[in-house]
Design a protein around this ligand. Sequence first.
Ligand SMILES: [Ca+2]
Ligand SMILES: [Ca+2]
Ligand SMILES: [Ca+2]
Length: 237
Amino acid sequence: MNFNKQILATIILLLTLVPHALGHVTGRNLQNFQYNADLASVAPIVDGYLDDPAWEKVVPGKLEQDLISGERRGESPDFTGTFAAVWRNGFLYVAIKIIDDQLENRQAKLLREDHLILYVDPHHSGRAEDLYRFEIPIEKDMGTLKSPLTRVAWGNDGQTCELSFRIDNLARKGNSIGFLIAYNDVDSGNLRQEIAWAPEGYTLEENAYLPDLVFTAKIEPTRQQKLIQWGHIKRLY
Ligand SMILES: [Ca+2]
Ligand SMILES: [Ca+2]
Ligand SMILES: [Ca+2]
């Protein structure tokens, strides 16, 4: 009886520990961590100002995971950041709000400047590869943009930003893409931290898997769209 109890206790202990350990090593602790990007009834205007109706009802994600130390960060005057995402007509739109105590955007090298890092993997390979990596300097002209990034606009002296990605029919209800957003905070000429929207314990080195961004559609189809559905046209959006 006691022996069985001991075995049972051991098994329970292992069941608690093993997934945690595996999760840390493989990056699979991303389960249940995702961002739901909702369908916008009207696409936001990508001008750097977040006054569009599309941003009114979004659920923001917080940038609070330090990718270097793996630690969680609370609210701090050093840096706070949030983002939101919606989709419409083959485009993914991302809005970002950042408050940084020391804005550094006049250096020659991006590494010495504050900048945003986004991973957008439309094919959902899950991997944080350079192919899907977008580095966005604060309030600077980026010249030709790497596909699928189509537009970047800043507002409010570098405190707000809007971006659009053209991913065509991959932006559809129920589909998922790999997604990560982080802010590289350079203060006094040194990179102090990389703060991301990511689950607790996540670091980019150990966890090469990207979190999911899922396309959702809460709004009710209009009567006209229902008629189209009856006509068996598969892709409404
Ligand atoms: Ca706007
Ligand atoms: Ca800072
Ligand atoms: Ca800074």
